[in-house]
Design a protein around this ligand. Structure first.
Ligand SMILES: [Zn+2]
Length: 713
């Protein structure tokens, strides 16, 4: 692409036309349909170039330029529903060995002996759209998509038009959440595409996209015309148990009138599971639904509840995916994206190609070493692979097709955003050179600042509705928001007349500076909504707030551990500030948190060691009050809030199960005994920890006493 400085006036005018048009088409696709053609990065690149050209040729700027718009919130169409129980995703297995390991892991966790039976169910994994149906007193109350797992979209009116979804149940528990997949059969999909093409509309890429697009129609009458189907495969909240096993519970749902997959079977071993997998795989092409693997679940529901969850996935289920699909295409370019921690990530731009029914135009290249190892060059013919929802990747370069003169790829040594040096650090713990090259620009790097802001407002962090990635990027570019604290002064600055967000029109057509009164009013409404959601974000939960700060290595799970351990932000921050010395008690306290290692602790500690981070947090705390954490479940139990350490060999359960149970009851589990320990649970052969606990006067209980305490709770 020609640099902006070299454009003639005519070329600039032509390009402004082209960019404006492309952005408007992209906006329309993004808001009105279910298949945005451009990635966010591609879209941002278009807008960036348009703004640069407009700056160089201000007279050419059109009065209705999309560069003036902030864009609309993508979720504006459907109301939100919070799931009573989170909709989790399953862990994946790709190899036979993963399945054997899964079964072993379950047996170990449950402490089953060699002769104890472990029954598992196996069923096809439907490639559709997850839906949760809530029935109260036998009537369908709501239908919600998965969303981020906690909050989904309300598609009740549309779900009611699907024949497989009963609107009333008789003999059902008073509260019953049924979960399953909405899908379209391949034959119905072909018929729908024929009709769409005949009507001059765009066809869908595959049955899954067609099902998603059909369910998310704004007009339920359109959904009603679409041949959607539904398979139930599980449940969320229920006021009474559906059965004692997965298999019986599914039979109950079947009896209540839901479609349950007829190929679900019970198996007694990993070998059995794999033979069912092979059978389903060989029948795959003949099924009247698309599948992408086989799901295995522990059958006994009491086992399921003992196994519980880790992070976002249940320990008692796994999805065994079918092998990836591959296609050949051409690598057109390598783009470098800069993340919020400065990581430079290479992305392959490909000539679009269909892989397993999905059009792929980007693929991950992992990192610098990977490109060098495979000697990937721009212009190469490559084999791209796609497995399930995983980002496509380049698995092989077709060297015999390499063009003469193709040059070895040189990874940039400077940040493409701020031009600071980009370096690969040595990991102090291992002495190894990091595989990731990072921009050293820190605060001066606009790409990092924008990514940090996007992370801050994202759904799993502060969840500020109406402030999406595009809006953040636009407001950053126009210097209206430079750091998180600035978000909370928007309303005041608007009221004072320092900024005017009302001139940013937000609707699905994108992009006009508004003149007439009616439109002004519509826009005023969406800005007021944004202000309201910013107000609502002033009292976030402690774990969300810690996660939102975007400290290196501190993900959602770690943020939750910190929140549960420290309870208040003050306690967390002052401990992190005092923990710089590795010999300090504060540092040891970080390491005593179960699940927190040195790398993760260093992420938090190094963050607070930077004066500019502390200053930015202080400015933020002037506007935001993170709520003190409370014990999530079992808050009233005798062990809620207590710090528990396990030592020795437990007889009736594994250490993992004991820890999971303690956390579920609101306790904190630590790895070592300190003055802060409340209870030491001592199994057989307890040694040094027991001695230390006695020295410190910590209460020591036997495994039996612990079981009594937890069963009473
Ligand atoms: Zn940079």
């Amino acid at each position: 692409m020609k640099p902006v400085k070299q454009l003639t006036r005519d070329e600039a005018a032509a390009e402004i036309d082209r960019l404006t048009n492309e952005i408007q088409v992209a906006d329309e696709e993004y808001y009105a349909k279910d298949k945005p053609r451009l990635t966010d990065a591609e879209y941002d690149a278009l807008r960036r170039r348009l703004i640069l050209i407009e700056r160089a040729f201000p007279k050419l700027k059109q009065p209705d330029s999309p560069s003036d718009s902030v864009g609309a919130s993508p979720s504006a169409t459907f109301a939100k529903i919070e799931h009573a129980q989170a909709m989790l995703s399953l862990d994946n297995a790709f190899e036979d060995a993963d399945v054997a390991e899964f079964v072993e892991r379950v047996r170990r966790f449950l402490k089953l002996g060699a002769n104890d039976a472990l029954v598992l169910t196996a069923e096809p994994k439907i490639d559709g759209l997850s839906l949760s149906l809530r029935y109260e007193a036998g009537a369908l109350k709501s239908a919600a998509t998965r969303g981020d797992g906690r909050i989904g979209e309300d598609v009740t009116a549309n779900a009611l038009t699907i024949e497989d979804i009963p609107s009333r149940l008789s003999g059902a528990p008073d509260v019953l959440e049924v979960r399953g997949e909405v899908y379209m059969s391949p034959a119905d999909f072909a018929g729908l595409n024929d009709r769409l093409r005949a009507a001059g509309d765009e066809a869908a890429a595959n049955p899954r996209n067609a099902a998603a697009g059909s369910l998310r129609q704004i007009d339920p009458a359109v959904t009603a015309m679409r041949p959607l189907k539904f398979f139930a495969h599980g449940w969320g909240e229920t006021s009474e148990p559906l059965g004692e096993t997965q298999f019986d519970a599914m039979a109950r749902l079947d009896a209540l009138g839901f479609q349950v997959n007829p190929r679900m079977t019970r198996c007694g071993s990993a070998v059995d599971l794999l033979s069912v997998y092979r059978r389903i795989e060989s029948d795959r092409a003949g099924l009247d639904y698309d599948i992408d693997g086989v799901v295995y679940k522990v059958d006994r529901l009491d086992y399921q509840s003992r196994l519980g969850f880790v992070s976002r996935s249940p320990r008692w289920a796994i999805a065994h995916k079918f092998p990836a699909e591959r296609a050949t295409t051409v690598l057109e370019a390598i783009d470098i994206q800069v993340g919020r921690t400065g990581a430079l990530t290479p992305v392959a731009r490909l000539t679009p190609v269909t892989v397993g029914g999905v059009v792929v135009s980007n693929a991950t290249l992992h990192n610098e070493d990977e490109i060098a190892r495979k000697d990937i060059r721009v212009g190469d013919a490559v084999i791209v692979q796609r497995a399930g929802d995983v980002i496509p990747q380049i698995v092989e370069v077709l060297l015999d097709k390499r063009l003469k003169g193709a040059k070895r790829y040189k990874f940039p040594q400077n940040c493409p955003s701020c031009d600071s040096a980009a370096v690969r650090e040595e990991n102090p713990a291992t002495g190894k050179i990091d595989v990731v090259r990072r921009c050293t620009g820190g605060l001066v790097c606009p790409a990092q600042a924008v990514e940090r802001l996007k992370h801050f407002v994202s759904r799993r962090a502060m969840d500020i509705d109406g402030l999406g990635e595009k809006q953040v990027a636009a407001l950053f570019e126009e210097r209206i928001i430079r750091e998180p604290a600035d978000i909370f002064t928007l309303a005041a600055r608007q009221a004072a007349g320092d900024i005017d967000l009302y001139t940013y029109k937000k609707d699905k057509k994108g992009a006009f500076v508004v003149k007439d009164g009616e439109r002004q009013a519509t826009n005023r409404k969406s800005v007021e909504n944004l202000f309201a959601s910013i107000e609502a974000a002033r009292a976030p939960s402690l774990e969300r707030f810690i996660f939102a700060l975007g400290m290196r290595h501190v993900g959602e799970t770690t943020a939750r551990l910190f929140a549960q351990h420290f309870q208040t932000f003050d306690a967390f921050a002052s401990m992190a500030k005092g923990a710089h010395d590795r010999e300090s008690d504060a540092f040891k306290e970080f390491l005593s948190i179960d699940g927190v290692g040195e790398l993760v602790a260093a992420g938090a500690i190094n963050f607070f060691a930077e004066p500019h981070n502390r200053a930015a947090v202080d400015r933020l705390l002037a506007a935001v009050s993170p709520q003190a954490a409370k014990a999530p479940i079992g808050g009233s139990s005798a062990i809620a809030g207590k710090t528990v350490v396990f030592t020795g060999t437990l007889e009736t359960m594994t250490r993992d199960e004991a820890k999971a149970q303690a956390i579920a009851l609101g306790a904190k589990v630590a790895g070592s005994v300190s003055a802060r320990t409340d209870i030491l649970v001592a199994g057989a052969g307890a040694g040094s920890k027991m001695k230390k606990a006695e020295e410190l006067g910590v209460r020591v209980v036997t495994e039996e006493a612990w079981r009594e305490m937890t069963s009473a709770a």
